[in-house]
Design a protein. Structure first.
Length: 242
């Protein structure tokens, strides 16, 4: 069943109105007709089952048949702090992290980052990642669209998440991931920091640990920067989504 995400302003007492890209996708790509049933989410975890009442290509009015809390959201808050990789690897990371239940993605620039986000490309790249996140959320049946933040510097990222479990995935050693996750309670925030292709500079790791980030290892093999976040998010899902 097609799934669309809308803001609260699109939802009335008994109708939901799709506009813009949502309306165009419904009419042109999906070739929907009056009477078809669609799923609409309010981005905050409420799912509406709706029937198309009218449409003209620019907007579509849908009658609400039922609404309920989404049952596809994980019982924890996973935050991914990801050093910006080169090429289009970030596109893949965002897409798969959303599928695996991430709540928030915070890209950052690290000392060893090969790629840098130019000031004039910051808005464009962030908009692209947000669109990928929304598309992935719709494809996998999420009830929320995870937040993708604007890229920040390493130091700003360190203090952006002052509470919850904070894990520094560090190739030079730390506690096993399973041990680090053993004390996590359902509903708790778990933040995961992943470095760039060249790994963290030693001083960055020291600053992170000094700020309360716990170093963890992801096994005996060195994982690529696009593999590591999916490994951790998959482990969280395995442990807590039952």
């Amino acid at each position: 069943m097609p799934r669309f995400f809308v803001g609260q302003e699109a939802i009335a007492a008994d109708t939901v109105t799709l506009t813009g890209e949502n309306a165009r996708h419904l009419s042109l790509s999906l070739r929907a007709r009056v009477g078809d049933v669609v799923t609409v989410c309010d981005r905050q975890g409420t799912v509406y089952t709706c029937k198309v009442q009218s449409m003209d290509g620019k907007s579509a009015v849908c009658a609400v048949l039922s609404c309920e809390a989404a049952d596809t959201e994980p019982p924890y808050e996973a935050v991914l702090c990801q050093a910006i990789p080169k090429g289009d690897k970030m596109d893949l990371i965002v897409q798969k992290a959303v599928e695996l239940g991430v709540s928030r993605i915070l890209p950052f620039e690290s000392e060893n980052c090969v790629a840098r986000v130019r000031a004039d490309a910051r808005d464009r790249k962030t908009a692209r990642w947000r669109k990928i996140a929304e598309q992935a959320a719709g494809q996998c049946g999420r009830g929320r669209v995870p937040t993708v933040e604007f890229p920040v510097a390493f130091e700003e990222m360190l203090t952006a998440l002052p509470t919850g479990k904070r894990l520094l995935c560090y190739e030079r050693g730390g506690a096993p991931l399973a041990a680090a996750l053993s004390g996590v309670e359902p509903g708790q925030r778990v933040s995961v920091m992943i470095g760039p292709e060249g790994g963290f500079a030693a001083q960055e790791a020291e600053r992170a640990m000094g700020a309360g980030w716990e170093p963890v290892t992801l096994g005996k093999r060195i994982l690529r920067c696009e593999t590591a976040p999916l490994y951790v998010l998959g482990a969280l899902s395995f442990l807590f989504e039952k």
